[in-house]
Write a protein that binds this ligand. Structure first.
Ligand SMILES: *Cc1c(COP(=O)(O)O)cnc(C)c1O
Length: 428
């Protein structure tokens, strides 16, 4: 059914975005500098500067600017794979046939690089306190798959995961941790920036992230040797020789000095963006006080999120019936209740952009045959027995009941009030 307003909220003149780039002016100065000096390639001052700034900000030894966060994650996973299992033959991945533990409820960019390297992701269920990898499920997973040596975890929507526990479990099992901090740049856990926990980590400057270069990403590590190797891989693995000499597989993953100019101009505004996003989160929280919903949670005593996206979770008993197929959804309107599908339609009706929660990887057709572990143990059989309304794992439950709200840092308080009003109508 189509959403029908009960009140009268005017649609926005211009689309209200989920999260869009916000430029300030300095970006153009650095881009112009690259242009007027002809440093328009994949080397230059902008790249050097943002690598330095990133190391300072995050507190890591080395940062390698790359074409995307996904490229950074790929090289991170490849570094880990080579360290654990040795150098592969040309044309083979470093993780061929090896299982790797990965966050389940995340963007698939977290997981795909494992497969680029021939690895087999096994998904770890989500906990309710931060919506990240569940330490209890990770512990269970090491009981079920004691041979695993690599864990790839993401900090969802800018909220740090439970790093004390996750790091400890990895250490106990001699496993390497790769951290996907693509969404959480500037967020910290017990005073330490996300991106500083993994042996290899990645951040992203994709267009809708907290700061952007229009595209781009970075690999972070404390190891000079690993950083040098990633740099070499990212430039088609040229050896030091007078001609193009190649001993191992290479990639074209370097960042452009033009893109780096945009990132360089954005960095001074990171804290300002975080403050704006936090204000948006707080305003939603206040605005929804009387609704049967909660916001994406975090523990203010242990972490400072970057509040990249504000998300909503509908109380179980305030959910109207909603059925989702592979590509379509429908719901039955009920008085006093709602569901993500209805709220997303309502937002759309006033030209505001929301988004479902990342659909968990264990529910994705591409990864449906892969292992999946909850705090109870192997979750695959339970998932197959899933019936409407009876979610048996945390990720599936949050996907069913949650959604991302418009979180653009240029959204005015007045605009946000209209968003809050339309959500309230859904529960009328
Ligand atoms: C955006 C994102 C990435 C990938 O970053 P790109 O720069 O878009 O390649 C990886 N992981 C997560 C969780 C992301 O949100």
């Amino acid at each position: 059914m189509a959403f029908e307003q009960t009140g009268r909220i005017e649609p926005f003149d211009k689309k209200l975005w989920l999260a869009s780039p916000t430029m300030h002016g300095e970006e153009m100065t650095y881009v112009q500098e690259a242009y007027s000096t002809n440093w328009m390639s994949t080397v230059g001052e902008n790249i050097d500067q943002i690598e330095r700034i990133t190391c300072e900000k995050i507190g890591c030894g080395h940062a390698v600017a790359l074409s995307a966060g996904t490229a950074a994650l790929h090289l991170a996973v490849r570094l880990a794979g080579q360290e654990l299992y040795g150098q592969p033959q040309a044309g083979h991945g470093t993780l061929e046939g090896r299982r790797v533990f990965a966050s389940d409820m995340t963007f698939d960019a977290t997981v795909n690089p494992i497969c680029y390297e021939g690895g087999i992701p096994v998904f770890i269920d989500t906990e309710r306190d931060t919506w990240n990898m569940d330490p209890a499920a990770l512990r269970k997973a090491f009981e079920l798959y004691p041979e695993v040596k690599l864990v790839v975890m993401a900090h969802l929507y800018g909220t740090p995961g439970k790093m004390d526990e996750l790091v400890k479990i990895c250490e106990e099992h001699g496993a390497v941790l790769v951290e996907d901090a693509a969404e959480s740049l500037g967020a910290s856990y017990k005073g330490i920036q996300t991106g500083a926990f993994g042996k290899y980590s990645c951040i992203s400057f994709n267009g809708n992230k907290i700061i952007t270069g229009s595209a781009g990403g970075m690999l972070l590590t404390d190891s000079r040797e690993a950083a040098d190797r990633a740099r070499k891989w990212s430039t088609q693995s040229r050896e030091a020789a007078p001609w193009y000499q190649h001993e191992e597989l290479g990639y074209n993953y370097r960042m452009s000095n033009v893109i780096a100019g945009v990132v360089r101009g954005q960095y001074p505004h990171l804290e300002e963006h975080i403050a704006q996003k936090k204000a948006i989160y707080e305003r939603y929280k206040e605005g929804f006080r009387d609704l049967p919903v909660s916001m994406n949670p975090y523990d203010a005593d242990v972490c400072e999120p970057n509040f990249w996206l504000s998300c909503l979770l509908i109380d179980q008993d305030a959910m109207c019936r909603q059925v989702r197929g592979e590509t379509e959804a429908c719901y039955v309107k009920e008085k006093g209740k709602s569901c993500p599908t209805e709220i997303l339609e309502a937002l759309l009706s006033i030209r505001a952009e929301g988004r479902p929660i990342w659909k968990p990887m264990h529910m994705q057709p591409i990864y449906r045959t892969h292992g999946f572990v909850t705090e109870m143990g192997s979750g695959r059989a339970m998932t197959n027995a899933y019936i409407e309304g009876a979610c048996v794992d945390v990720g599936m439950d949050i996907f069913q009941r949650g959604l991302c709200l418009p979180s653009d840092n240029k959204m005015t308080a007045g605009q946000q009030d209209r968003v809050i009003e339309i959500v309230k109508q859904c529960f009328a």
